[in-house]
Design a protein around this ligand. Structure first.
Ligand SMILES: [Zn+2]
Length: 253
């Protein structure tokens, strides 16, 4: 079974590349399942609710105040009209005169009450304004935190996606170097053996099943350019050499 016409390390490299792709893909899932983001979003929902509630109350008070001020303005307008009438000299009846005077008095009374109400509202708003500001600051902070986490997350995802793209290119290049029948075998084992088709035998141990190769079998495993089969797990197996560690290191960086 000698003279393979290809470097058996290519097969190991293919396996290592696919392991690296799986590991990076798992990292992507981990980055996407960002617990920090979930809790930041929860926090934001809470502080936003708090802000909306207090801010809504504050705005209600303010629109109430405006309404009352409009009413005061209208009443003042009425008084002005009445007074114009009173001083115009056109009123001749004492009764009519008295009616106007009474109306002005009632209007003034009403205005005074409205102004008290406005003052009360303004005091309440003044007391609330600090709380509104604090709630807004809290909401803004939570929002900025989410943005920061999302940005960091997207940066990490971008890096990982680029790494995977590079790995896939490298995988394509390695596949070209492997003869079809070996690549077929590789795919077959990959499907049957939980995604790992190729094992490395080092010091008579299989690095995938972690079992020791029986002595009799180990004696026959001696050619570094040969593809063997692990007597325990049955995977394609090659003998360890330093090059494998270099490839691993490259793929991890
Ligand atoms: Zn094995």
């Amino acid at each position: 079974m000698t003279d393979l016409k290809f470097n058996v390390i290519d097969l190991v490299e293919l396996q290592l590349i696919e392991n690296a792709i799986s590991a990076r893909s798992a990292e992507i899932e981990k980055v996407k399942n960002n617990e920090e983001l979930v809790s930041a979003e929860k926090e934001f929902t809470e502080v936003k609710e708090k802000f909306d509630k207090i801010n809504g109350k504050y705005n209600d008070l303010d629109s109430n105040r405006k309404k009352l001020e409009d009413t005061v303005e209208m009443q003042n307008e009425k008084i002005k009209n009445d007074e114009n009438k009173l001083f115009s000299g056109t009123i001749t009846s004492a009764k009519e005169l008295e009616n106007y005077q009474i109306e002005v008095k009632i209007l003034r009374q009403k205005i005074s009450e409205l102004e008290d109400q406005i003052l009360e509202i303004m005091i309440e708003m003044e007391e609330m304004s600090e709380k509104v500001k604090l709630a807004k600051a809290e909401k803004d902070k939570a929002e900025a935190n989410i943005k920061m986490i999302r940005n960091e997350m997207n940066e990490k995802l971008e890096v990982l996606k680029n790494i995977i793209e590079g790995l896939k290119k490298r995988r394509d290049d390695v596949i070209l170097k492997i003869p079809d029948d070996y690549f077929k075998k590789y795919k077959e084992f990959k499907g049957k053996k939980g995604g790992i088709a190729v094992a490395v035998l080092k010091d008579n141990f299989c690095n995938v099943c972690n079992m020791q190769i029986p002595a009799i079998a180990a004696e026959k495993i001696e050619d570094v350019d040969e593809i063997y089969s692990c007597p325990i797990c049955g995977r394609m197996a090659v003998i360890y050499r330093g090059e494998i560690d270099s490839i691993k290191k490259e793929l991890e960086s």
